[in-house]
Design a protein around this ligand. Structure first.
Ligand SMILES: C[S@@+](CC[C@H](N)C(=O)[O-])C[C@H]1O[C@@H](n2cnc3c(N)ncnc32)[C@H](O)[C@@H]1O
Length: 291
């Protein structure tokens, strides 16, 4: 691929999604965009680039951006954030929202749905104590194709083996041919919709807890800052943000700071110590994975 063609594609992908494609991604661009060229009846990648030069909006651009997203995910990915949500953030939220008995959670780059469904199952597993609570889980992604898969709630054997404990698999899924499908109760606990993190995030609503994991790593520092600021804008004053293991707010101008002893969890500087830290149970503090 000619360097100027690569630059054009990388420029479009960055401006539409924030994703940065380094020069070392030429192979990836070629392998992922060849099927897009075929779908649009374009002879090859040079024809695709010529078409992009003529028209910087529309279905072709949409398909190019979608094809360049990385959708790697798994159930209860990294485990610790889910433990921290259950053992630290949830007890705090339950005690501070006794009146409303309502919690709004946003999975902001949810890919094929394993993350929001893990949360839905985790909440269901809390049983009677939260029986009269309402949990709204909104899950969004830029990529419409992964959302379609997420809505189906259907996963391969390989996908469920990656993180779903056998006990929960038999409790919440049923076998459909060679796949596993989540039961309607868990599926209906999550609302999926398309949302670009660079777009009008305010339209999604306000949230007590936001999971935005393993997407900021693909952005440059200024896009990261822009997205963190937008997330901050829709996070309740005493809300909690979970980022991925390789992500942080370090070096970013933001009021969201790491919650002491709860790896991957961020909250507003003026309340995070007082609001969350006292709620941390000793067994979580003792956990090896916590800093
Ligand atoms: C690696 S997956 C992470 C999935 C999940 N959060 C996890 O940690 O397992 C990253 C997701 O971010 C989505 N994404 C990339 N850029 C985005 C953007 N600008 N707005 C919304 N989603 C985006 C991709 O489509 C992809 O599904």
């Amino acid at each position: 691929m000619k360097p100027e063609d690569f630059d054009l594609i990388a420029g479009i992908v960055k401006s539409k999604s924030g994703l940065v494609l380094g020069k070392d991604k030429t192979y990836l661009v070629t392998s992922r965009l060849t099927p897009v060229a075929r779908k649009h009846k374009l002879a090859d990648l040079s024809a695709l680039v010529s078409a992009l030069r003529l028209r910087r909006e529309g279905e072709l651009v949409h398909d190019v951006v979608e094809a360049m997203t990385t959708n790697e995910t798994s159930f209860f990915r990294d485990l610790k954030p889910f433990d921290a949500f259950r053992d630290v953030v949830l007890p705090y939220m339950v005690s501070s929202r006794q009146k409303q008995k309502k919690l709004r959670i946003w999975c902001a780059a949810c890919s094929t749905g394993q993350e929001p469904y893990s949360l839905a199952i985790l909440l269901r597993e809390q049983g009677g104590a939260l029986a009269n609570w309402r949990f709204d889980i909104v899950a969004t992604d830029l990529n419409g194709a992964v959302l379609e898969r997420a809505r189906s709630g259907r996963y391969t054997q390989f996908e469920v083996q990656r993180g779903m404990p056998a006990k929960l698999l038999v409790k919440y899924f049923r076998k459909v041919d060679n796949d596993w499908q989540l039961n309607p109760e868990i599926r209906s606990a999550v609302t999926f919709r398309e949302q670009n993190l660079l777009g009008n995030i305010g339209a999604v609503g306000r949230f007590d807890v936001i999971f935005c994991r393993n997407v900021l790593i693909y952005f440059d520092p200024s896009t990261k800052e822009r997205v963190i600021k937008s997330l901050e804008g829709v996070l309740e004053e005493d809300g909690a943000l979970f980022l991925g293991g390789a992500e942080s707010t370090v070096g970013i101008r933001s009021n969201l700071k790491p919650v002491k002893n709860v790896r991957g969890c961020y909250a507003r500087a003026d309340n995070f110590v007082t609001q969350f830290a006292p709620a941390i149970p000793q067994r979580v503090l003792n956990s090896r994975a916590l800093v």
